[in-house]
Write a new protein. Structure first.
Length: 295
């Protein structure tokens, strides 16, 4: 009986959050190491289905870097990164397109539907308008070619909103299209931010490879629970925010400035971390908020 009462207490704790976020749009960026464990992927998609079932309107934007690298190696296409960006030649962009749509997206949609969800796969090529970009060497400042890597110039939110209005959960690939029809590889973190801006999401959640933003990169228990946007430059100067985390954080700031209430960075390698962040009093990971945000 005590165990049953404990389960009821969990539901009661979640009730105000369910009421608060019902009918809200929530963007979930799913990628990195969290996508390497099949059981963890299934668990995460089940959690997304739960969000859908209680009236939240989730959007999943996913990566697929490991699967892409594996397929490139299988085809003997060199895997190369320039300042953290995948160099995307003509052969590579075809593999990226194929893997993201026919392997990763298709599998996530399948898993969501098997859990009773109403998932629909959407290609970012019909949503994200992009231009070719270059990488800037952090030491020399020199611009370096990265191939068919794109910078988002505009977002066509119509396909996403149409899916949501039909009661479906969009699962979106991070690819963009140029005015000439060229397909571009897009950073999935930035794609999630831009889509969240365009649909006026209430929350943006990153399922990442770390427990959150760490005060000490060598101490996984040093998670900073809350960061205000006016604290970010100080954290950059102290090198708490650096490397691949920095462009993600700057994109988060832009999303917050567009009207999103909160951005969460949580550990996607932990079962049900998405639910723990949204539906418990303590939460997990790091939340990023505007200075005037009411906690």
């Amino acid at each position: 009986m005590k165990e049953l009462i404990g389960k009821a207490a969990v539901l009661i704790e979640a009730l105000p959050y369910i009421q608060k976020f019902r009918n809200s749009i929530m963007v979930v960026k799913f990628g990195g190491s969290a996508m390497e464990d099949p059981e963890l992927v299934r668990s995460t998609m089940r959690d997304v289905v739960l969000l859908e079932a209680i009236g939240i309107r989730p959007i999943v934007v996913h990566g697929g870097g490991k699967a892409i690298s594996a397929e490139l190696r299988r085809q003997d296409i060199p895997v190369r990164f320039v300042n953290g960006l995948r160099y995307t030649c003509e052969k590579t962009i075809k593999v990226v397109d194929d893997v993201l749509h026919n392997q990763v997206n298709a599998e996530l949609v399948k898993l969501g539907r098997e859990c009773g969800g109403r998932m629909i796969g959407l290609t970012g090529k019909g949503i994200l308008h992009a231009v070719r970009t270059k990488s800037v060497d952090p030491v020399t400042g020199e611009q370096q070619d990265v191939g068919f890597v794109g910078e988002i110039t505009a977002v066509n939110a119509a396909p996403v909103m149409e899916a949501l209005e039909a009661g479906l959960t969009p699962v979106v690939t991070p690819l963009g299209t140029g005015i000439d029809g060229q397909t571009y590889n897009i950073n999935a973190d930035i794609a999630a931010c831009k889509i969240a801006e365009a649909v006026h999401a209430r929350k943006l959640v990153f399922l990442s490879d770390v427990p959150g933003v760490l005060a000490d990169c060598n101490d996984p228990d040093s998670v900073i629970p809350t960061i205000r946007t006016d604290e970010i430059e100080g954290l950059v100067l102290r090198r708490i925010l650096s490397g691949g985390m920095l462009p993600k954080i700057r994109s988060c700031v832009a999303a917050l400035n567009s009207g999103i209430n909160k951005v969460h960075l949580i550990d996607g390698r932990v079962n049900h971390t998405l639910l723990l962040e949204i539906f418990t009093d303590h939460g997990v990971g790091t939340q990023i908020v505007r200075p005037d945000s009411v906690m």
